[in-house]
Design a protein around this ligand. Structure first.
Ligand SMILES: Cc1cc2nc3c(=O)[nH]c(=O)nc-3n(C[C@H](O)[C@H](O)[C@H](O)COP(=O)(O)OP(=O)(O)OC[C@H]3O[C@@H](n4cnc5c(N)ncnc54)[C@H](O)[C@@H]3O)c2cc1C
Length: 317
């Protein structure tokens, strides 16, 4: 059973978020002839970067181009897009009622949450300005691009040593800046054994030219020239819609997320989640894959519901 008339404002599935995860879900559903609306606020997490890596077949593509291509593919299967932010979600008799910031209302039988996460960056001047360019977090996303360069690790939590080890694989010139999280004794021993220096003292700012980091500047004025800085953001799932529907986020040492079961099913009946909202470490390919699986699970759930309804109708005939 399909319906492709958005004016009815009643569809099989609303996907909230049109990044890698939401697009993966939308394409799987569109190919199953489901009526699908993707509501997307248009800010994919990796947009600050010029290139997306580890994307099979599209290595190094611009993140903006990647979602544009995914959107075009979804549209070709009849998926419709609303460029807006979901500002309200409630349970309705026949599913869920969604309202957007500009006042549009859509009723859907099922919901897929693909709203990603917010990277809460350390509050050091220069970090936000260079984020995604020369201030980095993930060795797999941009480590290769800074291989052999002078890299500083800005320690704000226990992950700093792990990051130092990973970036040490890519460069012989890695320094840990202890800042607000001096590594513990075992970590200090490990770093020393690998020849990774640890600089004590609070970092006051990053010296930079535009988005290019030039140096780490300590509170006492000491300057350490370098090419890239690695930070450990707090990862906060964009879980507002989930919470409006009564869901609760799950704490994680690196932030919080929406816990899901098989193929992205959440504890809320009729609601699935995919991508960074449900998996804080998911990269682009993993997010789109999780979206495809959530889309398939939602389609199967709708098929099962329609079969049960048909059976009931047949029984009273
Ligand atoms: C700087 C940086 C660089 C990265 N580089 C890489 C890389 O090279 N390779 C790689 O594999 N991964 C990379 N990643 C990780 C990658 O960004 C994520 O894996 C991916 O974006 C997750 O996809 P997603 O669909 O879950 O979320 P997102 O891509 O963040 O998409 C979520 C979408 O939902 C929308 N949205 C949020 N709230 C609402 C709402 N209320 N209503 C409507 N829409 C909403 C957002 O605007 C956004 O468009 C990088 C991450 C960062 C931070």
């Amino acid at each position: 059973m399909t319906s492709n008339n958005l004016s009815k404002d009643h569809v099989d599935v609303v996907v909230i978020g049109g990044g890698s995860a939401g697009l993966g879900a939308a394409i799987a559903l569109g190919r199953s002839l489901r009526s699908v609306v993707v509501v997307d606020a248009g800010r994919p997490r990796n947009a600050p970067s010029d290139h997306a890596h580890n994307v099979l077949g599209r290595e190094g593509i611009s993140p903006v181009e990647l979602v544009a291509a995914g959107r075009a593919e979804a549209i070709a299967y009849g998926v419709r897009f609303v460029d807006d932010a979901v500002s309200e979600a409630t349970r309705a008799a026949d599913g869920f009622s969604i309202a957007t910031a500009s006042g549009r209302e859509i009723v859907a039988r099922r919901l897929i949450l693909a709203t990603g996460l917010v990277d809460v960056l350390p509050e050091v001047d220069g970090v936000a300005q260079c984020w995604g360019k020369t201030v980095l977090h993930c060795p797999y996303c941009h480590g290769y691009e800074v291989r052999g360069q002078c890299i500083g690790i800005l320690a704000t939590g226990p992950m700093a040593t792990h990051q130092a080890l990973l970036f040490n694989q890519l460069s012989d010139d890695v320094t840990v800046f202890a800042h607000t999280a001096t590594p513990d004794v075992e970590s200090l021993k490990q770093l020393a054994a690998l020849g990774i220096p640890v600089v004590e003292g609070e970092v006051s700012r990053l010296d930079r030219e535009g988005t290019e980091v030039r140096a780490v500047v300590l509170a006492d004025g000491a300057e350490y020239p370098l090419d890239a800085v690695v930070v450990g953001p707090k990862f906060e799932a964009r879980a507002q819609v989930y919470e409006w529907l009564g869901g609760e986020v799950t704490e994680h040492p690196m932030g919080y997320f929406v816990e899901t079961g098989l193929m992205g099913k959440t504890p809320i009946d009729g609601v699935w989640a995919a991508g960074n909202i449900a998996d804080l470490s998911a990269m682009v390919s993993v997010s789109s894959g999780a979206g495809v699986m959530a889309g398939a699970a939602v389609n199967a759930d709708l098929v099962a519901e329609d079969a049960a309804t048909a059976l009931e109708l047949a029984a009273v005939r």
